[in-house]
Design a protein around this ligand. Structure first.
Ligand code: PHE
Length: 450
């Protein structure tokens, strides 16, 4: 670890890398459709509460663990366990995180492939004056075509592993600096447009009018899982990035900023989408295709829509790219730091495994749509639920317990360098609120399984 990098540069690089990891398909593609599937405002409310009471404290925890150990997640937990004189079995937590990253990327890449194909569609001006029905059927045609899905999925995997093979790429992070604000600008244009042609009032109503009667255990479970997914928590991505962070940066402040930007972005996309949904009498619970079925309608109707659409999908692809890199970085770092294998070779091999798993996801949207794996879920749904609602929250729970109950209090206190009151807030959220929330949700989950 180089100790002599400038603070400013460090803080920026870290902020951008972590924001790059957090901001991705989770905000733009997944949050909007989950809101619709889980009853609108009920989900939004619980999601925001989960970000605030569980996401933010646990993101602090994960960054803190990484910064203290300055290693890849598996070795980080190993050495922290030695420092705390507790069992080194804790390191399996790092291994579970790596597996989660690999599983997530295998479906993430397929969805990112949809985005790539929409860049080309936008460039060819195919959205021009498209109706809701046409937009739906062209999306369905894409899903029905395994060859096309495979081509786009392969292209995305090559993009991701190409960067990972070269090592942590600061160029990409610098590009983030320009591209993330650009994403916000496009989003505001989109939002303005949806507001003028769509039904913004119905959208705001659907997303924000609190209706506590709609809060079901399933909505709570999904919201908690998505808080982890959206902030990239529970699997070591944030830990790896934290391991490059210098001591004089405030973990708390950085975390709050990232969480705010990440959450805001997702809610804004949601508003843009739902005002179109209601204006066009579409179903809010369309599921994973929601973004791809609704936004083209707006792009197709607005002036210079093909250019704005191209830019939008380009930026979404970029956001997905920086997140995808962070999904495999923990595993690559671990193999490279512990074996003599070259980074290049490890990336190729891991990329191949993920690509192959991704093929089964591709098929789950067409030929294998009826193949059920767990609890009546198809391959895509199984991988998604297994990681978001089980592996990430479990990873987060274990990190919280480790940091809160096994590490020495003065160690965590030193590492955070917080005002005593703020430290107390973190500690009660990390030691009590977050674990209780996660365990309560798991107990419910087990009830379901029985
Ligand atoms: N947070 C990313 C997104 O919102 C996905 C992700 C999850 C990335 C877990 C890394 C780790 O798209």
């Amino acid at each position: 670890m180089s100790q002599h990098r400038g603070t400013w540069k460090n803080r920026w690089t870290f902020m951008l890398a972590t924001a790059g990891s957090a901001i991705g398909l989770g905000n733009i593609w997944k949050l909007p459709y989950m809101i619709g599937v889980n009853g609108g405002s009920a989900f939004v409310l619980v999601f925001i509460a989960c970000i605030f009471f569980v996401g933010i404290p646990l993101m602090m925890t994960e960054i803190m663990l990484g910064r203290r150990a300055q290693q890849n997640p598996l070795d980080a937990i190993h050495s922290l366990a030695i420092e705390a004189r507790v069992s080194t079995h804790w390191r399996w937590l790092g291994a579970m995180g790596m597996l989660a990253g690999v599983l997530i990327l295998s479906f993430y890449s397929v969805i990112a492939g949809w985005v790539l194909s929409y860049i080309v569609a936008a460039m060819q001006n195919t959205f021009s004056h498209i109706s809701a029905a046409q937009s739906q059927s062209s999306f369905n045609a894409l899903l029905a075509n395994p060859i096309q899905l495979t081509i786009w999925h392969s292209l995305f995997m090559v993009m991701v592993m190409g960067v990972v093979a070269r090592g942590v790429n600061s160029g990409l992070e610098k590009a983030n600096n320009v591209l993330m604000p650009a994403l916000f600008v496009i989003l505001f244009i989109l939002l303005g447009y949806s507001m003028s042609v769509g039904d913004m009032r119905a959208a705001a109503n659907f997303m924000f009018t609190p209706d506590f009667s709609k809060i079901t255990p399933m909505a709570v479970l999904s919201a908690l899982g998505h808080a982890f997914f959206s902030l990239s928590l529970g699997m070591g991505s944030v830990m790896v990035y934290g391991s490059y962070l210098s001591r004089d940066v405030s973990i708390a402040r950085t975390t709050v900023w990232i969480a705010l930007i990440d959450t805001m972005l997702g809610l804004l996309v949601g508003l843009a989408i739902y005002s179109l949904v209601f204006a066009n009498h579409l179903a809010p619970n369309a599921g994973p295709g929601l973004l791809f079925q609704t936004l083209p309608i707006a792009f197709g109707a607005m002036p210079a829509g093909n250019i704005i659409a191209t830019l939008f999908f380009l930026l979404v692809a970029f956001a997905a790219w920086t997140s995808a890199i962070s999904l495999v970085e923990p595993t690559i770092a671990w193999v490279v730091e512990n074996t003599t294998f070259k980074r290049n070779m490890v990336s190729t091999l891991l990329g191949l495994i993920i690509w192959l798993t991704g093929l089964s996801v591709v098929l789950s949207f067409n030929i294998w749509a009826e193949v059920k794996v767990l609890f009546g879920l198809n391959i895509f749904e199984t991988l998604d639920k297994l990681t978001s609602t089980l592996m990430l929250p479990l990873g987060g729970l274990l990190m919280a317990v480790f940091a809160g109950y096994f590490m020495k209090k003065n160690h965590t206190q030193n590492e955070f360098g917080l005002h005593p009151f703020t430290y107390k807030c973190w500690r009660s959220a990390n030691n009590i609120i977050a674990p209780v929330a996660i365990i309560a949700v798991f107990i419910y989950l087990l009830g379901l399984v029985k």
